[in-house]
Each structure stands twice: as C-alpha cells, then as structure tokens.
Design a protein around this ligand. Structure first.
Ligand code: F6R
Length: 242
C-alpha cells in the first residue's frame, strides 16, 4: 500500500484528483470506478477546475459507480445518479452514455445485479477505483459481516444507516431500505484503488482497516491484500498512526 499524507481536506482532494487525472492522461479511454459521499466532493471539484483550464479531457472516459439506492429514481435529489451529475458529470465533457450506475428503479435484484456485473466485465474492468471509507469500515454498501460479499449484490440497509439518512427525506418511510452495490470481489478486481479518508472521526477506523487484521468485520481491511492501493488521508485521519 502507498500512503499519501495530506495536510488537510483541500490537499487530500488535490492529491486524489492528481491520481485520477494521471490515469485519464495516461489512458484517455480508461474506466473509472467512482464513489459518492462527502469525501470525494473536493476531488470532483478539483477535476472540474482542471477540466475548465483545459488540462483534462473526459470525452473518452467511462465511469461506473459503486452503488445506488434501490427504489430511488435518477432525478430524486438523494439518488447517487443525481449526486454524480451535480458534482461531476454535468460539469465536464463526459458523454452521458459513458456514465453507469446501478439502476435503482429495477425491482428485480437478481436481474439488476447480474446486468451491472456483466456491464463491468464488458467494459474490461475498472482501471482505477475511487473509494471512501465508512465509520464502521464499509466500502460501497459492503457493511461489516461474517464473510466478504463477493459480486454486485442488493443489501438491506442497516437500521442505523436508515436512521442517519432520515434527515434527507420527508419521513423515515421514504428512506430507501435497500441498495445495489459492487461487492468486495468486484472492488478487488479493479486494477488500481485509491482510498480517500478525511477527519479525526475516521482516525480509529483508518488504523483498524489498514494497520489491523484483515477481517469481514471491517470490510475495507481486505484492501490490504490488493497489490495497487493508494491511501490518501489527511493528518487528522492519520492521527492514530505512530
Ligand atoms: C459512496 C459509498 C460509501 C462512502 C462511505 C464514506 O458511494 O459507497 O461507502 O464512500 O460511506 O462516506 P463519506 O465520504 O461521506 O464519509
């Protein structure tokens, strides 16, 4: 694992954007695996800035996202489709037809999971996967478990997650109860992985995930077994690493 220590969130965003842009420059037709959440927003802003300066071209890039809520249409402002358009796709010259996320409106999990897994294979796999890290060590929607979930699958969201998301919806009943996500095997098949982590409240889990034993109880710990992982974390997130 390579470790890039960033001074703060802005520095982290620049370092992560540098890695993604290097990938795009070296292979303009690359497949990027993308994440949502609060951590990548600065990275996407930085990529947009470089695109506007004329330093980056997304015209041949393809993206596949990690996950999407089941039951939310793309135009719902809580959907990951909406997030990706707002923070990246609508701000650069990527072709709409080259951006992929699981289809939250497909009711049949088996059908949607195998469609998305086949799609990733058809694209030739992911060249560089960007990941955030959940407080409990989750990556994508792969929550702590007794075993590592393998391929694209449908997850029941934990009560805690539903509770935490309630504030974004009219009522708890409107919060999606399930999501589609790439599995651990899908993520591990990416040729390169970049994990971004910011803030002191992630310090404990960063230590466990990257300096502790590999266990499905901390899904991100499996990343220690990947041969091309770069952890980009700010000093606050690394404060417990000696
Ligand atoms: C997002 C995703 C999640 C987040 C994780 C960290 O697509 O799959 O695993 O990366 O929950 O979220 P933030 O960045 O908001 O701390």
């Amino acid at each position: 694992m390579r470790l890039y220590t960033a001074k703060d969130y802005n520095d982290l965003s620049r370092k992560a954007a540098n890695l993604l842009s290097a990938q795009i420059i070296m292979k303009p037709w690359c497949v990027l695996g993308l994440a949502t959440g609060s951590t990548p927003i600065g990275t996407y802003d930085q990529l947009v800035e470089w695109y506007r300066k004329g330093d980056l071209d997304f015209s041949e890039v393809t993206t596949v996202n990690l996950d999407e809520y089941k039951g939310l249409p793309a135009d719902n402002d809580q959907s990951y489709h909406y997030f990706m358009h707002k923070h990246l796709f609508d701000r650069v010259n990527i072709k709409e037809g080259n951006t992929y996320l699981p289809d939250g409106m497909e009711e049949d999990p088996e059908k949607e999971c195998s469609r998305y897994a086949r799609l990733i294979n058809r694209l030739g796999g992911v060249d560089m996967q960007l990941l955030g890290l959940g407080h409990n060590g989750h990556i994508g929607f792969n929550e702590p478990d007794e075993a590592f979930e393998k391929e694209v699958h449908c997850v029941d969201l934990q009560e805690r997650t539903i509770e935490a998301n309630k504030r974004f919806f009219a009522s708890a009943d409107d919060v999606p109860k399930q999501a589609y996500t790439m599995g651990i095997k899908t993520i591990m098949q990416a040729r390169k992985i970049v994990v971004i982590v910011s803030g002191e409240e992630k310090a404990e889990i960063v230590k466990k995930a990257f300096w502790g034993p590999v266990t499905p109880k901390i899904p991100a710990s499996i990343l220690q077994m990947h041969n091309d992982v770069t952890l980009v974390a700010d000093e606050a997130a690394l404060s417990l690493i000696g």
